[in-house]
Design a protein around this ligand. Structure first.
Ligand SMILES: Cc1cc2nc3c(=O)[nH]c(=O)nc-3n(C[C@H](O)[C@H](O)[C@H](O)COP(=O)(O)O)c2cc1C
Length: 229
């Protein structure tokens, strides 16, 4: 496991966490709390007994802002199917992010600091994104543009979900963008679910034999990659 994929990785010692955390967030007090972490609501770096962190943290990101989005529902279904020892945090503030502007890199808006911190904190990303006009939705590309300058993005393991078999152009574009950003796309974790036009909620998706099987395999692939790194 490379240090820059800090922090909550399986089998990483608390000392490695402390070093990586200090490098990114500044000094950490003896109770493992830094001012930046405290402002983000993390009071401590969680660890159990023998100084080894065992949870794997995934961050899910949906390319659709729709309240009943099939992409968001698929991500919520995935969160219900994760193996033990894996937690999924869903980022739902893409619609509130400012437009990307390189001039702001030296004085990042608070929302971008939070976005980058949540990506840094994740051991891997679950992304599900629709296709708009044969491309990536603008709001999602805007978020990715903000992450280009994030030093911890390269090497980040990514699982890519697609909820519409006909949305091939956006998936191809998304892969190209993520590869350009040096993400590690896990091929076995890239799946297409046939949810288009269905009013499936997360429970229905998670209990459907075909969809749950595909999601489980994708999750196993990205978790296996993270665990083996
Ligand atoms: C403005 C707009 C443009 C779209 N363009 C395409 C397209 O080019 N190709 C496609 O397969 N679907 C297209 N769609 C359909 C969406 O990809 C589809 O409704 C998708 O399921 C939306 O995802 P969601 O349920 O997560 O919101 C478009 C939908 C909208 C609203």
């Amino acid at each position: 496991m490379e240090l820059h994929s800090w922090p909550f990785s399986a089998g990483t010692s608390i000392e490695m966490h402390r070093n990586a955390a200090q490098r990114i967030l500044g000094p950490i007090s003896p109770d493992h709390t830094s001012p930046v972490m405290a402002s983000l609501g993390w009071s401590t770096i969680p660890h159990i007994g023998n100084d080894h962190v065992e949870m794997i943290h995934l961050l899910s990101l949906s390319g659709s802002l729709r309240s009943t989005s099939s992409n968001t529902q698929a991500l919520h279904a995935a969160a219900k199917l994760v193996p033990p020892g894996v937690a999924v945090d869903h980022y739902d503030e893409i619609g509130q992010l400012p437009h990307f502007n390189p001039d702001l890199e030296d004085h990042l808006p608070e929302s971008i600091v939070d976005l980058r911190a949540r990506v840094v904190r994740a051991d891997g990303l679950l992304i599900s994104c629709p296709e708009y006009a044969r491309g990536i939705p603008g709001s999602f590309k805007n978020m990715l543009d903000w992450l280009v300058g994030s030093p911890d993005f390269p090497g980040k393991p990514v699982a890519l979900f697609n909820t519409s078999p006909r949305a091939s152009a956006a998936q191809a574009a998304l892969k190209l963008v993520l590869e350009t950003m040096s993400a590690t796309i896990i091929p076995e974790a890239c799946i297409t679910l046939a949810l288009l036009g269905k009013q499936a909620d997360p429970d229905a998706i998670a209990s459907d034999p075909d969809n749950s099987e595909m999601l489980r395999r994708a999750l196993q692939a990205i978790v296996g990659h993270i665990s083996a790194a």
